[in-house]
Design a protein around this ligand. Structure first.
Ligand code: BMA
Length: 883
């Protein structure tokens, strides 16, 4: 449909548009990440970015500081500490979080600015225990990293120089004080207190601060302090729009009904003109006069859009966004405005009881959509240095790999606005955890109120984003404690006496069953809230012994339980929100944190960049099962990546072919916060591991997946598209030299949005007389000459195969953005690994099997690459070469 041949109307209905009185205490508008001003919208906005200095409390000398920033990165820039990520530097930087720090700057206020009706200082994020002084008057005490703080400074600010000083108290000392007051330590196993020199005192849970700062099983311990998001002065006269909430009350194919709620502050009683329009759609426009009262005002308006362009998740259509601009005109002059982007869509989480238990699926615009994606953690231990490009690289990698969901996991942070903007634009739905993970939290009145405020701030900040699909209370606390099953859980509750147990569970209920759902109901009515991930959904499906039948699942018997990858096929729930397997990053990344003598997986440095208790040995154990373990370090890293990718491929495909029983597959984890061996599919520097390339194939909209179960070959096909696909299926058994031993071809129809078996045959019938150590099965779905999905199946573990050892023929030519390679092989090249160390860029495909007789084209893309530099760095490995 052409966007211009549809009429859209916007109606401001008189009944819904009257001004309501007396609503106050509204929170701040959304923040942009980069310090760049959002259009001032009638306000004067002055970033307080320049001139910052810092010192350890008690020191004489001030050093230059960066805001937004952290103490650690400022110390690094000042040359006081070395790169925290290099070798084991982390260990000797643990003193930083145990002392107090002071930050200071000055800013100039002119007469005009000082005369404004209202002046406020807005802190988008303070990490964490801080007292703020303006011209030596105390203006704020902060104690929650996740909150935003707006401080009225009208009566503190003066014409000329103003001094802003922030005193940060050590989060560790504060935590120790709170722990002592509590008298016992609640469970919090991921807090790496030993690294911090605190023994078993796990203090992180007492502070509303990112859990991973205290260390995690993929992350170092850097308990930061600092002004981690921007600080700005805002001043205005008369009227200021605080917030505009757009409720999508009903979205149909032919019509969308929006309720717009404008929260604004007015200095006096006046009549103004409210207009709502869309710069992206000239037909949307409405205006009317409204009467304002002094203080907080709430205006409501109903809009109707005919024939809306809907927002679709990646793969199903355009992620169309409308910009909605709200303005206030006073005596014909624009005095305040606000802009927000929305995507029109209906979204429900459907949990319908069925014969097996109860389903759990996302329904988008009336369509059940299988969620393909990953868990997402913070991109750096030091958040302020994450660039917009780094955010874009992760979200685009997800979109390019056919993902449609990321789970913002609860041990990190409520992410930057820019992240959610990118998700909106790329059709990536977000499963948004609140920031609680793997711990039992305090339940005193002060803590609970802080949690409530934090939830209000972040729900308000994020609620207009099209991408937000699920609000989730926490990560894994329900399953770790399992209050309903006396012997259940991870052994947490068994360590406490009855009074402690009751206290800890009461706090859990207060946060996750009372406060958070109440905030959602009040601030984001209608959006789905799920108390914990995973949760067995016993309310819908009462069989506690069979959690796989309802709710979501974190499946960790592969890796933590050392079970074989094939177990992924047998352990499938209704929504797989976590599963994963580790690998090392590429050698180039390892080289950034090691010196030559460290390059052994059991060296002190390699173990320090591995935080899972069973880490590197587990990678080796699994490798021994299926692969010939290479003796040299570099090859070990490469085979480890293949191991991870092949293992997770089993899970991704197994989950998809079980649709509609299973309707989600989010692996753990897409990114890293430092260079480390972890479950990530993309490393800290943005390098795709083998797994990310494999995910792109396993999550493709149309998938062919051959599986052998109990001696029977089943060829499955999954079609995520909303229309039937008429394709040809081509199956063949061929030797590694390309001789075809068996084949089958047939036209097939894949029903829309479904999984089906296309072909079944006993393996004996196919492989009779075949030397299965020298042969493979190829399954291909094509549309005419174009391959839509292709998959290979081997009959034995790799170490038992007789792989050819040759290398492909390679020709290259320069393209506009890099180098184009053509690769050809006469015999199978298994998991061909293309490398160009030191040349900035990335291969469009990698770690794939090059089939005999096949020629494939791969692009190496990057800026300013010369053919000579590429040729000098280019190298290839394959599993055949290593055997
Ligand atoms: C899950 C996650 C994380 C953890 C990961 C790997 O428990 O929620 O807490 O890092 O598994 O162990």
């Amino acid at each position: 449909m052409n966007r211009f041949d549809r009429t859209r109307r916007l109606i401001l209905q008189a009944a819904g548009a009257q001004a309501l009185l007396g609503v106050s205490g509204l929170s701040s508008p959304a923040f942009a990440r980069d310090g760049a001003l959002r259009p001032a919208h009638g306000q004067t906005v002055m970033p307080i970015k320049a001139g910052w200095t810092f010192r350890k409390v008690g020191d004489a000398a001030w050093m230059p500081a960066t805001v937004p920033g952290t103490v650690h990165t400022d110390l690094l820039a000042a040359g006081v500490i070395e790169d925290p990520f290099f070798r084991t530097n982390e260990r000797n930087q643990q003193w930083i979080d145990k002392v107090d720090w002071e930050y200071r700057t000055t800013f100039h206020v002119d007469v005009g600015l000082a005369a404004k009706d209202r002046i406020e200082l807005a802190f988008a994020g303070i990490d964490t225990y801080a007292d703020v002084y303006l011209n030596e008057a105390h203006i704020l005490s902060a104690d929650n990293m996740f909150r935003t703080w707006d401080v009225d400074i009208k009566h503190h600010v003066r014409v000329g120089e103003n001094v802003l000083r922030v005193l940060f108290r050590s989060p560790i000392r504060e935590g120790q004080r709170l722990l002592a007051a509590k008298g016992y330590n609640p469970p919090s196993p991921n807090d790496q207190s030993e690294v911090g020199g605190l023994g078993e005192a796990r203090v992180g849970l007492f502070t509303r601060k990112a859990g991973y700062h205290y260390g995690w099983d993929w992350g170092p311990r850097f308990v930061t302090s600092g002004l981690w998001r921007r600080v700005e002065l805002r001043a205005w006269d008369m009227v200021r729009i605080r917030d505009v909430q757009i409720l999508q009350s009903a979205v149909w194919q032919d019509r969308a009904q929006l309720d717009v709620i404008v929260s604004l502050d007015s200095e006096d009683a006046r009549t103004v003109e409210l207009t709502i329009a869309s710069p992206t759609d000239a037909t949307l426009t409405a205006r009317r006069a409204v009467k304002l009262h002094p203080g907080g005002n709430r205006l409501e308006a109903r809009l109707t859009i005919d024939k809306p362009r809907l927002w679709w998740s990646n793969g199903l259509g355009e992620a169309h966004l409308y910009t909605i601009r709200t303005t206030i005109l006073s005596e014909g002059v624009e005095t305040a405005s606000h802009e927000v982007r929305i995507g029109l869509r209906s979204l429900r989480v459907v949990r319908k009881p069925d014969a097996q238990g109860a389903g759990f699926h996302i329904e988008l615009n009336g369509v059940p959509v299988f969620m393909k994606g990953a868990n997402y953690i913070p991109n750096d231990s030091f958040l302020p240095r994450v660039t917009p490009d780094a955010y874009a690289a992760v979200v685009r990698s997800a979109a390019d790999s056919h993902m449609n969901m990321l789970r913002v996991w609860g041990g990190g942070v409520y992410e930057d606005d820019h992240f959610y903007d990118l998700c909106d634009e790329n059709g990536i739905l977000v499963w948004q955890d609140f920031m609680f993970a793997c711990a039992m939290y305090p339940g005193d009145a002060g803590f609970l109120e802080s949690v409530r405020q934090e939830a209000v701030d972040n729900v308000r900040r994020l609620r207009n984003h099209a991408c937000i699909a699920v609000w989730c209370g926490n990560n894994e606390i329900d399953s770790a404690w399992q209050n309903d099953v006396p012997t259940g859980g991870w052994g947490w509750k068994q360590r406490y006496n009855d009074a402690q147990k009751a206290e800890l569970w009461r706090a859990y209920e207060a946060i996750f069953h009372e406060i958070l759902p109440a905030v959602i109901a009040e601030q984001d009515k209608g959006r789905f809230y799920w108390p914990s991930s995973p949760q067995a959904d016993w309310k819908v499906h009462a069989d506690v012994t069979r959690p796989a039948q309802a709710g979501d699942i974190h499946y960790w018997d592969v890796w933590w339980g050392q079970k074989p990858f094939s177990e992924y096929r047998a352990n499938i729930g209704r929504f797989m929100s976590e599963y994963g397997f580790q690998s090392f990053p590429a050698f180039e990344t390892v080289a950034t944190y090691t010196i030559k003598e460290d390059r052994d997986i059991f060296s002190e440095v390699m173990q320090a960049h591995q935080r899972s208790s069973i880490g590197n040995a587990t990678i080796k154990t699994y490798m021994e099962r299926d692969y010939t373990v290479p003796a040299d370090f570099k090859s070990f890293l490469y085979v480890g990546q293949v191991l991870q990718a092949e293992g997770i491929k089993i899970a991704m495909e197994a989950h998809r072919i079980r649709m509609p029983f299973c309707m989600g597959s989010l692996f753990w984890q897409i990114n890293d916060c430092w260079p480390v061996a972890s479950w990530s599919s993309i490393d800290y520097y943005g390098r795709w591991k083998a797994q990310q390339y494999f995910a792109r194939k396993a999550f493709a909209p149309v998938l062919v997946s051959p599986q052998i179960v109990d001696g029977v070959l089943n060829v499955h096909a999954v079609n995520d598209r909303l229309s039937a696909q008429h394709l040809s299926l081509d199956l063949r058994v061929a030797t590694f030299e390309g001789d075809v031993l068996w084949k089958h071809a047939a036209p097939v129809t894949l029903a829309a949005n479904s999984s089906q078996i296309l072909f079944s045959r006993s393996i004996d019938a196919l492989a009779a007389g075949v030397d299965t150590r020298r042969a493979l099965l190829l399954a291909r779905l094509s549309d005419g000459a174009k391959a839509i999905s292709e998959n290979l199946l081997y009959f034995h573990p790799v170490k038992e195969l007789h792989l050819p050892s040759g290398a492909p023929l390679v020709s290259t030519r320069k393209t506009d953005d890099g180098i184009r390679l053509r690769l050809h092989a006469d015999r199978l090249i298994k998991n061909l690994y293309l490398q160009a160390e030191g040349v900035p860029g990335a291969f469009s495909d990698n770690f794939f099997d090059l089939l005999p007789g096949e020629t494939v084209q791969v692009d190496f893309r990057g800026h300013g690459i010369t053919e000579a530099a590429f040729a000098a760095a280019f190298a290839m490995s394959s599993l055949g070469k290593l055997q």
